[in-house]
Design a protein around this ligand. Structure first.
Ligand code: PDD
Length: 280
């Protein structure tokens, strides 16, 4: 298995960055996770658009032109013989002696890429659904940037894991669900309306989220981008999470509240099917 580190393809075990990389010291960097289906990137340009935006918001440059980036990803996928799975790409502000302020413009950003094989066809989470637990959203004011600074997300996911759950749904001070620790959160009302929080600075605007909204629009599935509370989620007809690795994963329990009949609902199943056809 190969990885990509600052211009070179290396055996995965030899992939390393410097101890003074700002990603390591300050979590001063951004990342993307892109699904690979049948050897190709799903939503390639939207992911690279978001990477560019995250970098721009943190006043960092793209480590290479977009065309070159696509070629590197494709080359890594090819070298690893990856059919289904994901590509992880991370860009940090580079290597410089530790100082909170940015280093000089001459310091080049550092880029690494890895892949992971995943068997999307055989995942039990799609057929059985998953459980989620709530946790307070203690993150910062720029959750729209896909930064590697993920400690609050890690703490929430660990709490979920310890509770035997797949994901933690983060709840803000008003009692609204913002998103999952590594996914977007959705509910389906008794009237069959898809509901997810509007893409503000309080959440990451998932590429999967945007694709699901597009597909819903095409198929005439009613949807609303609005706030919803944890209480409303407890009473929802169906619920699901979305991300590059979760697609549309049905949620069958939130804290102690069983959703629907405790099995994936029909609209979730339909949306998952539509998304899988789109990705394939
Ligand atoms: N996480 N919200 C958060 C906080 C996320 O970390 C992610 C993705 C999403 C969904 O975004 P997308 O649909 O573009 O994957 C929402 C990735 C998968 C991760 O950190 O591994």
């Amino acid at each position: 298995r190969y990885c990509y580190v600052n211009g070179r393809f290396l055996p995965h075990r030899d992939g390393a960055v410097h101890i003074e990389d700002r990603g390591y010291q300050f979590a001063d960097g951004v990342y993307e996770v892109v699904t690979i289906a049948n050897g190709t990137m799903v939503d390639e340009d939207p992911h690279l658009d978001r990477l560019e935006r995250s970098l721009k918001e943190l006043r960092m440059r793209m480590p290479m032109a977009r065309g070159a980036m696509k070629l590197k990803v494709r080359e890594l996928v090819r070298r690893n013989g990856l059919k289904d799975g994901l590509v992880y790409m991370q860009v940090t502000r580079g290597v410089a002696p530790r100082n909170h302020a940015f280093p000089s413009d001459k310091v080049p950003p550092a880029i690494v890429m890895t892949t992971k094989k995943m068997d999307f066809a055989k995942m039990k989470k799609f057929t059985d659904g998953v459980t989620v637990v709530s946790a307070p959203d203690i993150r910062w004011g720029r959750c729209d940037i896909k930064t590697v600074s993920l400690l609050p997300n890690c703490l929430a996911k660990q709490a979920a894991t310890e509770a035997g759950a797949y994901e933690a749904w983060l709840v803000d001070e008003k009692g609204n669900v913002t998103e999952g620790s590594s996914s977007n959160a959705w509910i389906i009302t008794k009237d069959g309306v898809l509901v997810t929080k509007p893409a503000t600075n309080e959440i990451l605007n998932g590429i999967t989220r945007q694709t699901i909204l597009d597909l819903a629009k095409q198929d005439g599935v009613p949807f609303e981008e609005r706030e919803f509370t944890l209480e409303e989620a407890y009473e929802a007809k169906e619920a699901f999470v979305s991300s590059a690795t979760s697609f549309v994963t049905p949620v069958v329990k939130i804290d102690d509240h069983v959703i629907g009949n405790g099995h994936p609902g029909s609209l979730c199943e339909k949306l998952l099917g539509t998304y899988q056809d789109y990705a394939a």
